[in-house]
Write a protein that binds this ligand. Structure first.
Ligand code: HEM
Length: 207
């Protein structure tokens, strides 16, 4: 993920990286995302609000125990979604809010009474023994008026956080509830990666 306000510089970095890696990797997709309004997705809801900050962020993202290869690294999930814009636009704002689990204009979480079990923020939330285990999302909207959607980019200290979140979203629970956001977006690609720590990369580079 190459991130800056300068599209031209992003391209330069991408070009050099693709060149440096061409003997071991094929470049098969290059998606250019951008900040949309006040950090909204193309479905017009603010995205990233519940992301962890400061120390909580490092804890959510960095592997804290395991082998030398793992410690300080991070598990990463990248998925490209296309919005079903017409279906989404056909919903009233209150219906959209029940799909996401937050209000649209001012980005407030719905109360437990208002929020359906199928809401995106209910289904994606991971809890172990009542404690929330966060991931850190760096989603970016991409695309144009013909086709657009979300590049979902999520980092976590444990691969199980990613898998649990996705599994809760996709598989219906005992009451038949799955994540209703999935009725309005379509996953096109998806892959899990491991991001090595800077220390590991530096050691490899020096060697
Ligand atoms: C098209 C795809 C997606 C869109 C448009 C989307 C959008 C959103 C929005 C608007 C929120 C509420 C604001 C916030 O707290 O950031 C949210 C929350 C969240 N999403 Fe997604 N999301 C998408 C896919 C995913 C996927 C694939 C995952 C998991 C692998 C995920 C995990 C989460 C988590 C963990 C939260 C925070 C829940 C909470 O603690 O309240 N999302 N997402």
């Amino acid at each position: 993920m190459i991130k800056s306000e300068r599209k031209d510089l992003n391209f330069q970095v991408a070009k050099h990286m693709a060149g440096a890696l061409k003997h071991i990797a094929d470049l098969s997709e290059d998606i250019q995302g951008y900040k949309y309004l006040d950090n909204r997705d193309m479905i017009d809801f603010v995205d990233g609000t519940e992301n962890p900050v400061s120390d909580e962020r490092a804890e959510a993202v960095l592997v804290s125990e395991g082998s030398d290869t793992e410690v300080g690294g991070s598990y990463l999930v990248v998925q490209r979604y296309v919005d079903r814009q017409e279906d989404w636009d056909a919903l009233a704002t209150e219906q959209q809010e029940r799909v996401v689990g937050r209000t649209k204009m001012d980005d407030i979480e719905l109360s437990d009474e208002e929020k359906p079990a199928s809401a995106h923020n209910a289904k994606s939330k991971v809890e172990i023994d009542g404690e929330e285990i966060k991931m850190f999302r760096q989603n970016r909207p991409y695309g144009n008026a013909i086709e657009h959607g979300t590049m979902f980019v999520g980092f976590a200290a444990s691969v199980s956080t990613i898998e649990t979140s996705l599994s809760q979203m996709i598989h219906a629970d005992e009451n038949g509830d799955y994540d209703h956001l999935l009725n309005f977006v379509e996953a096109q690609t998806g892959c899990n990666y491991f991001v090595p720590s800077q220390r590991f990369l530096d050691a490899r580079f020096e060697g």
